[in-house]
Design a protein around this ligand. Structure first.
Ligand code: GUN
Ligand code: ZN
Length: 493
């Protein structure tokens, strides 16, 4: 059991949790979004970030503070909370990002941790090495060795009540990510960021993001709080939560605003091309795109940043609600319709369905079939696994129609795409209460046919007949020859 993290609720691999931050004297509810605050440029005052946007935690960069004469002494004297005017929890980064960008920094883990402690950071970061995606394997392994040393230095440092991050690196090598996760979980450090994601996120390589995160999580323990370093675009937060990430940091809200970009849950729009604001945040209610374009540039940037932050926090709240009602995968499915890269992300997530299954609780709101990806959800596989445990009579009809009024079967079960067959008595149990469209698609029919195949395999002594309402040939190909197949439309039912 991790001392500072408690998981309260689950959906898919996503969870609602509570991260206790002892030095700040607060408990932060996760999934949490940490706005990135540049200590040199306060686009939005941190006090407002807390009061108007509800941020419980933010992240800033101790390396920038340490290297900027103008602010270093002030921060050392006043403390970080006073300097920023923020009384929530503050996480600080170490300069690793600068290391990745510029190849060199002039600080060790011991020095920067000591500095973070002195300025009053609540969650500190050692100097990990963010190996870029697609680096060669030798380099990824060498960098990982350096990161391991940084974690050891962090364990040895006097950090008091400050929590400490244990970043997980390993570039695009799943085995290295997994090994790094296992090593990090074995330290006595507290929070587990998956690092070097920024290049993947910036180029919308969500399938690779999922591979890296799921590999890291195989090595980490399920109760480790996981931070997706550099992820804060509202479009991908539901997907990231569904794979088990708990903390996010958004620099996007401010960086994008600088370039005149307007974030939405399905992508990024350009202020220059917008005629209407589709959002109901205070900024969008009070202004039109034309007003922002024609007004003062700095003011427009700040207002855009505010909108960007509003939509991001709104999405975090929506995600938490979806976890509570057990509809997170439906939300991810909706988000996947917004951008093709997100669809790749969802498909990769569903390839990992066995991992999702381990964490997904069984009973919740109705399962909604909203796209052919729904046919690959863990509930469908779980139902197929359950078929093996059901008793079947010698002569069994499984059918999409109502039971025929007179028949010579020992039992008549329902067939419901995408699940396949089940005894009528289970009709009112999750997930068979699913809301599905009347016009089923090939993916749902094929998944249902898979259920029929599983039943036929695990009940070799039963004679099984399938009644289907015009399934596509690919679905019928899945049904074994020993099952009698009747097209209900031919029977006039
Ligand atoms: N910020 C974004 N990515 C990273 C990372 O990999 N390591 C650290 N320390 N900070 C980051
Ligand atoms: Zn808005």
């Amino acid at each position: 059991m991790r001392d500072h993290f408690e998981i309260r609720d689950h959906a898919a691999a996503g969870r609602i949790g509570r991260l206790e931050v002892p030095r700040a004297g607060v408990t932060v509810e996760t999934p949490a979004l940490l706005p990135v605050v540049n200590p040199n440029v306060l686009t939005i005052e941190p006090r407002r970030i807390r009061e108007e946007f509800g941020a419980e935690m933010l992240i800033t960069n101790s390396y920038i503070i340490r290297s900027t004469d103008r602010i270093r002494d002030r921060v050392l004297e006043e403390g970080l909370h006073e300097f920023l005017g923020f009384d929530g929890a503050i996480m600080t980064d170490s300069g690793s990002f600068q290391l990745a960008e510029y190849g060199d920094i002039d600080v060790t883990t011991a020095e920067i941790l000591e500095f973070q402690r002195r300025i009053g950071s609540d969650v500190a970061t050692p100097v990990d090495v963010p190996t870029p995606p697609d680096a060669d394997r030798d380099r990824a392994e060498r960098d990982l060795e350096t990161t391991r040393t940084a974690l050891a230095d962090a364990e040895a440092a006097d950090t008091g009540r400050m929590l400490v991050n244990a970043p997980v690196q390993g570039s695009t090598y799943p085995e290295l990510r997994e090994a790094a996760g296992r090593h990090a979980a074995g330290t006595d450090l507290d929070v587990f960021p998956v690092g070097a994601m920024v290049p993947l996120l910036n180029s919308y390589r969500y399938a690779d993001v999922i591979e890296a995160v799921t590999a890291a999580k195989r090595g980490l323990d399920p109760d480790c709080p996981v931070h997706l370093f550099g992820a804060g675009h509202p479009m991908m937060l539901a997907l990231a939560v569904a794979m088990g990430c708990d903390l996010f940091d958004s620099a996007a809200y401010a960086l994008m605003a600088r370039d005149g970009r307007y974030l939405t849950v399905s992508g990024t729009d350009h202020l220059a091309e917008m005629e209407y604001f589709p959002c109901s945040c205070p900024v969008c209610v009070d202004h039109t795109p034309a007003e922002l374009r024609e007004g003062d540039d700095d003011e427009a940037e700040r207002l855009l940043a505010e909108h960007n932050l509003h939509v991001t926090f709104e999405e975090i709240r929506r995600i938490k609600g979806a976890i509570r009602s057990g509809t997170l995968l439906e939300l991810v499915d909706r988000r996947a319709r917004g951008h093709p890269a997100m669809l790749d992300g969802l498909r990769t997530l569903l390839d990992r369905t066995d991992r999702l299954e381990a964490a997904d609780p069984v009973s919740k709101d109705a399962f909604f079939y909203t796209s052919h990806e729904s046919a690959r959800r863990p509930e469908v596989r779980r139902h197929h696994d359950r078929l093996a445990r059901l008793e079947t009579p010698p002569k069994l009809l499984v059918t999409e129609s109502k039971p025929p009024s007179n028949h010579e079967y020992d039992a008549v079960w329902r067939v419901k795409p995408p699940f396949g067959p089940f005894p009528r008595a289970l009709s009112e149990t999750y997930p068979l209460t699913a809301e599905t469209p009347d016009r089923t698609d090939a993916a749902a029919q094929t998944a249902a046919a898979e259920g029929v195949r599983r039943l036929a395999e695990t009940s070799p002594d039963s004679a099984i007949t399938l009644g289907h309402a015009g399934w596509v040939p690919e679905a019928l190909d899945v049904v074994p020859d020993r099952v009698d197949v009747e097209d209900l439309r031919d029977l006039g039912r």
